[in-house]
Design a protein around this ligand. Structure first.
Ligand SMILES: NC(=O)c1ccc[n+]([C@@H]2O[C@H](COP(=O)([O-])OP(=O)(O)OC[C@H]3O[C@@H](n4cnc5c(N)ncnc54)[C@H](O)[C@@H]3O)[C@@H](O)[C@H]2O)c1
Length: 335
C-alpha cells in the first residue's frame, strides 16, 4: 500500500461504477442508516457556508467516519447554486475525499455529484418502501423537475414495483413539460398538472425535490392518511402539514434545524412530538411503520447524512480499484 499515492476518479469513472452498482445501492443505504442508528458510524453536523452572492448560493461540508474491519473516513464538499439553471449548468456539484481510517491519509479524490444524487434517491426509495408498508401505488406525484427527482423516480420505481404513472408539477411549466416528455417511450406514462392540488388528489406517493426556500404548498391542501410524502427538499410543506402528519427523519437534530418545515413547526408549537420515528428505527423494526404511521399521512424529511455518501463512495472506489480506473498520482504526498 503506497501511502503517498492518491487516486483521482472523474465523473465518467464514477458514473460507470454507479451504473454497475445501482441494484445494490438501496440495500447499502438501508445498512448505512442502520449503522447510524446503532452508533457504529460518526456523522458530525454538516458545516453550512452561505455565500453573500449569488443569491441563495451555499456550499456544505459533510464529514463522516465508518468503523469496522476496514475503517475509513470521508468528506463531501457540495455546492448548491440555484442560479446555475439559468446558465445551463446543474444547480449542484460536489467533490469527495476518502481517507484511510488507520493513518488518516487521503487515498481517493472523486467527483461526488452523482454519488450525492444517487444516495439521496436511494434513501428516498428506502423510506418509500418502509412507509408504504406493502401498499402498491400506481401513480407517483413528482414536484420539482430536476436531477434529484429524476433519480428518485428511477430508484422508487425499482423498489416499489407498482408505479406506472407520474403526475408531474413544476413552478416552471416548460421544465415540467420537458421532464414529462423525457419519459416518452419508457414504461412510465408521465403527465403534467398545473395545480399542485391535482398532485395530492391523484397520487398517494409524492416526492418533493424543489429549490424552494420557504413553504408554499397551500394550507387548504389537507394531507390524508393515504399520502406518503418524500419531502426531500425539506421546506415545501407548511408547518401545519407536518404537525398533523406522522414524521420520519434521518437525524432529528439535523432535520429540526435550518428553517426546514419541521424546524418552523417546532418554533411555532414549542414541541417535537409530531416526530414519530427515525428511518434507522423503521428499518430495524419492519412492523413499526404499520404500528406508528397508519393513522395519518407519513412524511419523510431527510437532512442528508455524510455516512450515506461515504458508503456509496466506497462502493465506487472498490469498483474502480478492481479495474484500475482513474488517474493515480504516486507521489501526491512526498512524506
Ligand atoms: N435531503 C437531502 O438529502 C437532499 C440531497 C440532495 C438534494 N436535496 C434537495 O433536492 C432539491 C432538488 O435538487 P435538484 O438538483 O433536482 O434541483 P433543481 O434546482 O435542478 O430543480 C428544482 C426544481 O424545482 C422547481 N421548483 C422550485 N420551486 C417550486 C415550487 N414552488 N413548486 C414546484 N416546483 C418548484 C424549479 O423550477 C426546478 O425545476 C434541492 O432543494 C436540494 O437541496 C436534498
Amino acid at each position: 500500500m503506497n501511502h503517498s499515492a492518491v487516486r483521482i476518479l472523474s465523473n465518467r469513472d464514477v458514473k460507470q461504477a454507479l451504473d454497475a452498482s445501482e441494484s445494490e445501492l438501496v440495500d447499502i443505504i438501508a445498512r448505512a442508516y442502520q449503522r447510524y442508528e446503532d452508533g457504529s458510524v460518526i456523522n458530525p453536523t454538516s458545516a453550512f457556508m452561505r455565500l453573500p452572492s449569488p443569491p441563495r448560493s451555499r456550499i456544505i461540508a459533510l464529514p463522516s467516519f465508518s468503523g469496522g474491519e476496514r475503517p475509513l473516513a470521508g468528506l463531501k464538499w457540495v455546492s448548491s447554486f440555484p442560479g446555475n439553471l439559468e446558465r445551463g449548468l446543474p444547480r449542484a456539484s460536489a467533490v469527495m475525499m476518502i481517507n484511510y481510517g488507520v493513518t488518516g491519509r487521503v487515498r481517493t479524490i472523486l467527483d461526488g455529484t452523482d454519488i450525492s444524487s444517487q444516495r439521496t434517491a436511494a434513501s428516498a426509495a428506502v423510506a418509500a418502501r418502509a412507509l408504504l408498508s406493502g401498499r402498491t401505488p400506481e401513480v407517483m406525484g413528482v414536484v420539482g423537475c430536476g436531477p434529484i427527482n429524476r433519480e428518485i423516480i428511477n430508484y422508487v420505481k425499482r423498489t416499489v414495483g407498482s408505479i406506472n404513472r407520474l403526475c408531474v408539477h413544476d413552478l416552471d411549466p416548460d421544465r415540467g413539460e420537458r421532464f414529462a416528455a423525457s419519459f416518452a417511450g419508457t414504461d412510465l406514462e408521465a403527465a403534467t398538472v398545473s395545480r399542485i392540488d391535482d398532485v395530492f388528489a391523484t397520487a398517494d406517493l409524492i416526492a418533493f425535490a424543489t429549490n424552494a426556500i420557504e413553504p408554499y404548498v397551500p394550507e387548504r391542501i389537507a394531507l390524508e392518511r393515504r399520502h406518503v410524502i418524500l419531502h426531500i427538499s425539506l421546506r415545501d410543506l407548511q408547518p401545519g402539514h407536518v404537525v398533523d402528519a406522522r414524521n420520519c427523519v434521518d437525524d432529528a437534530n439535523h432535520a429540526f434545524s435550518s428553517q426546514t418545515s419541521l424546524h418552523l413547526a417546532e418554533q411555532a408549537t414549542g414541541r417535537r412530538d409530531f416526530l414519530t420515528a427515525t428511518i434507522g428505527a423503521l428499518i430495524a423494526d419492519p412492523g413499526l411503520a404499520e404500528r406508528k404511521f397508519a393513522g395519518a399521512a407519513a412524511v419523510f424529511s431527510p437532512f442528508g447524512l455524510g455516512v450515506l455518501d461515504l458508503a456509496v463512495a466506497e462502493v465506487v472506489e472498490n469498483y474502480c480499484i478492481e479495474r484500475n480506473m482513474g488517474t493515480t498520482i504516486d507521489d501526491f504526498f512526498t512524506v
